[in-house]
Design a protein around this ligand. Structure first.
Ligand SMILES: Cc1ncc(COP(=O)(O)O)c(C=O)c1O
Length: 483
């Protein structure tokens, strides 16, 4: 595929198709990267995230773990649409299921019943009975932030509390309600006062412990601090006479995603849950980024031996096709008596194409041995990162849980965060002039973190060992070039 390529009818490259729907001509208009940039400058908003880069990279095709640009240069993707395509691009089984749904029942109003919405709810509810022994129900919506809104309504409906706990560095979306839980002030600054802003608590970010403690000897100091706040009648979060907390629930990311793929130490969530149980606070597990085997389990919280009251999910539920999200809650919170008809709804919340994709994704996970495979690949990838850490002074910390992995970019002293190095590494990867086995290629990396210095590695869980070797080789080239 070169610049003057012709797009075939059956290709999914609709971005480049400007012709009318009735046009049966297989010769399609091709819009060059430059033309796209000019049209974009004139007519597209700068309010979404595309213009974080002054010259956003154009891609034309994708397959497996690769994206392809206009010169057909392959880019190994370690971001996968912000963890939305855990099963790789153009996954055949999901594609075939969606095509079949398009040919059978592609549209149906959200107040009529049909099979896959019910069957997908059953799959998720039964998966949670198996994992937590808890009976619950599922409700869907169209994206992560909308699901967080629904979970906020659910908690408010049950507890009559409008404030929640959330973590420093937590990200739960950008709608107004979800922004109350998203820690960074930059997400709220232009939008006035948020009276329901969460009570933010430090995440167990042990490499840079906010309390200056050492993980192996702190005895969960951060959790003990939270307990002290509860025990203090005047700290503002708990009334000892009525035994009531000012907050309804704690919204938790089991591995902090946008915060930089920070993995809490073993035992942390058990300690936290003890405090929340003692003071009557519900536990909402936000799996929107870490769910669907990112960490080697359906839900990342399974690594920690605690039972959530609510789980929110999205992104990879449909492997990036016809976006859908959902919340599962235990029966007590979501039974028809407590959460009756119409408590929340959206026109597209039960859309059949998304449901069918989600059902197929769940079936693929049931049919494979992803728990073992992701754990093994994750160990292999992390061992390679540890080797890079030894050889590159500008790598301060690496860690991973399954295929949720991280690299902190630091200055020569080995600890001070270096956001500029991170920025340069991401930009260099997108140039497409690295090489693997003598072939020109690029790498797509994402960033996260409290100090803007962390590469978050989010490969498809279907990545092969050879592709992991390629990732390590390309990261080595980038750190060698830029350190
Ligand atoms: C943990 C978590 N919650 C919620 C969201 C918001 O999801 P969406 O971007 O689909 O609205 C995200 C998005 O990155 C997320 O990572």
């Amino acid at each position: 595929m070169g610049k003057n390529m012709v797009i075939q009818e059956n290709e999914l490259l609709t971005l480049t198709k400007l012709n009318s729907e009735n046009d049966t001509d297989t010769t399609k208009h091709y819009v060059s990267d430059e033309e796209l940039a000019n049209i974009d400058k004139e007519y597209c908003t700068y309010g979404d995230k595309i213009h974080a880069d002054s010259n956003p990279k154009v891609f034309r095709d994708c397959n497996g773990v690769f994206m392809y640009d206009s010169e057909d240069t392959p880019f190994l993707d370690l971001e996968m649409w912000f963890a939305s395509c855990n099963l790789g691009y153009k996954n055949k089984r999901v594609r075939d299921a969606v095509v079949d749904q398009i040919d059978t029942l592609p549209q149906i109003s959200s107040h009529f019943q049909y099979d896959y919405k019910v069957l997908l709810s059953e799959k998720i509810a039964k998966a949670n009975i198996e994992r937590f022994g808890t009976k619950g129900r599922v409700q869907f919506n169209v994206g992560g932030s909308q699901v967080i809104e629904d979970a906020l309504k659910l908690i408010r409906n049950y507890t009559h509390k409008s404030r929640m706990f959330s973590f420093y560095g937590g990200f739960h979306g950008r709608t107004l309600g979800a922004s109350c839980l998203t820690a960074g002030y930059r997400y709220r600054k232009p939008f006035g006062h948020f009276s329901e802003e969460a009570h933010f608590v430090p995440y167990p970010y042990c490499f840079r412990c906010p309390y200056g403690k050492k993980c192996d000897s702190c005895n969960y100091y951060c959790v003990q601090q939270l307990r002290r706040e509860f025990e203090d009648n005047c700290a503002g979060i708990y009334d000892h006479s009525s035994k009531e907390c000012a907050m309804g629930a704690f919204f938790v990311e089991p591995v902090q995603g946008s915060g930089g793929y920070i993995i809490p130490p073993e035992g942390y969530f058990k300690e936290l849950k003890k405090v929340l149980d003692d003071f009557g606070v519900l536990f909402v597990d936000d799996e929107i980024q870490m769910g669907f085997y990112r960490t080697g389990k359906l839900w990342a919280i399974e690594h920690y031996g605690v039972k959530p009251d609510v789980i929110t999910f999205g992104k990879s539920l449909t492997n990036g096709l016809n976006p859908l999200g959902g919340m599962w809650a235990k029966e007590e919170l979501i039974s028809p008596e407590v959460w009756p008809n119409g408590r929340t709804h959206s026109t597209f919340c039960n859309n059949p194409i998304g449901m069918r994709a989600g059902y197929e994704v769940m079936k693929i996970f049931e049919d494979g041995d992803f728990e073992r495979e992701v754990a093994n690949k994750g160990k292999y990838f992390l061992a390679g990162l540890k080797d890079l850490e030894k050889r590159h002074k500008r790598i301060g910390h690496v860690d991973g849980l399954g295929l949720a992995l991280r690299i902190e970019c630091v200055t020569e002293d080995g600890f001070t965060p270096d956001p500029e190095l991170l920025h340069n590494i991401l930009a260099e990867g997108l140039k497409g002039d690295l090489s693997y086995n003598g072939k020109k290629c690029g790498i797509i990396l994402n960033k996260g973190s409290h100090y803007n210095n962390t590469i978050t590695l989010v490969p498809a869980v279907t990545i092969t060992y050879e592709e992991i070797d390629m990732a390590l080789e390309l990261l080595d080239q980038l750190f060698t070039r830029l350190s």
